[in-house]
Structures are given as C-alpha cells and as structure tokens.
Design a protein around this ligand. Structure first.
Ligand code: SF4
Length: 244
C-alpha cells in the first residue's frame, strides 16, 4: 500500500465553487492530473513538488515546508491540527486527487471529519478504492472543447458508481462551449438520474479561455432545467473575495 504522496499544499479556506460554496474546509491539494484543461488554474501542480506547503494554523497564512513525498501519518497530524478550528469537511483537490486513491484511503483512517472529493470524474477504478471513505463527491463533467478528448463513457461509468454517495455535478461553460456538447452532458445526467444537482459554472477567464456571454448563461440554465430538476449557476467565488 502507498503510504506517501506528493502534495502541493494543505490549508484552511472557504469553498468557492459548487453546492457547498461558503463552507469552511481544510484543502489538501495533490499534484498530478490525467487531463489538461484549457482553463486549468492549477496546471503548475501537475508536476511533482519538492515541498508541500502546509499552513501552521488554520487561516493564519503562515506555512511550513514538508518534504515530498509526505507520509500519511505526518500529513494526518498536520490536518488534525488545522481541524482544531471547526471545519465542515476536508476537501481533496488537485490536480486530480484520485491519482492518489490508495493514499487517500490510508489517510482516511486517521481523520475524524467528513471527506469531500473534488474530481474530474474520469477515474472510476480509483473511485472504487475510496468510495466508502468519501461523504460528498463534487464531480466535474469535462467537455471536449476544453480537454480535446471525448470522455462521455468515462463520465457515465463514474456517475454510475458515484451516485451512491452525496453527489453534485459541475460543468464549466466558456466562449468555447458548443451547444452539442452541452446537450450531451445534460442528457448523460438525465439518463442516469435527473435529480442530481447540476451546477453551471461560468469560466473565470484564464489561459486564453474566454467567458461566455450573460445571455448564453441564461440559455444554458433554461436548457438544463428542461431535463434536470436542480440547476444552479454559481461562479468561482473564492477569487472574488481574495481567498486561496
Ligand atoms: S481536471 Fe482539473 S486539475 Fe486536471 S487539468 Fe482539468 S482543471 Fe486542471
């Protein structure tokens, strides 16, 4: 069993995206991802990091360096120290945290707090290793215009397994989004379970990825509401208020 992993950073902050926006979480950001999305704001975290920047006390923004790869027991100790301040949950993010599913499973045994997974929704075999440990899954649907790949089958398999937990789906829309792929995404969800909460997230422009118009956002929501029961539009809020 893998008991160490390359971690980018560990810190306390406010969830800025999706259904749990505004909740206080400890974030554990893993390096590495199987995709390269145009709008990725953490592409830099795809390569291994020499050190993991770990917040000393929750929200004080003073960091110590832990040498990577970090052993499970040492990481758990630091996370549990941050949890002396009340938090809603621990968010595993990245990169793609399911790249380190064995590590997450081992880490879960040391933590007494709800575990929240932020994932690109493509690695179903890895999800199976941690599904019993995770309380809430925030799954992205990644569109071909953003990844350069068709991932519909991967997303379908992932959804079928993930729906046994509390689950919501996020989809980032940008000027590059096409109606054809948007329809495919909402039909995929509808065919599995139309009651899964669906969050449309207008892109925060980055790396030449442009925002879609305000009119388009309204049309995307209208179109999704015709087939899904719970559809919201929520932008990235942590960037508006200067949070990590
Ligand atoms: S899946 Fe997430 S971490 Fe990976 S490239 Fe896309 S946005 Fe970045």
């Amino acid at each position: 069993m893998i008991v160490q992993a390359n971690i980018v950073e560990v810190f306390s902050s406010i969830q800025g995206e999706g259904k749990y926006v505004g909740y206080r979480q400890v974030f554990v950001r893993f390096s590495g991802c199987n995709l390269k999305c145009k709008y990725c704001d953490t592409l830099v975290s795809h390569a291994p990091y020499k050190y993991c920047m770990t917040e000393k006390d929750a929200g004080l923004r003073q960091f110590i360096q832990l040498k990577n790869p970090v052993p499970v027991a040492l990481l758990a100790e630091h996370i549990n120290h941050l949890l002396l301040t009340p938090h809603h949950s621990i968010s595993f993010t990245g990169g793609e945290p399911l790249y380190r599913a064995d590590f997450i499973h081992a880490l879960a045994a040391h933590l007494d707090c709800k575990l929240f997974l932020e994932t690109n929704g493509t690695l179903v075999g890895e999800l199976a290793k941690v599904i019993d440990d995770i309380a809430i899954i925030s799954m992205d649907i990644k569109l071909p215009s953003i990844t350069g790949k068709e991932l519909w089958n991967e997303h379908r398999d992932f959804l079928m397994l993930a729906r046994q937990k509390e689950l919501y789906i996020k989809l980032v829309v940008s000027a590059e989004t096409t109606w054809e792929e948007f329809h495919k995404a909402i039909d995929l969800i509808k065919d599995i379970d139309s009651s899964i909460p669906f969050i449309i997230q207008p892109v925060t422009p980055v790396n030449g990825c442009n925002a879609c118009s305000a009119d388009d956002v309204l049309q995307y929501q209208k179109c999704a509401l015709e087939v899904l029961q719970d559809v919201r539009v929520i932008p990235q809020t942590h960037k508006m208020i200067g949070q990590m």
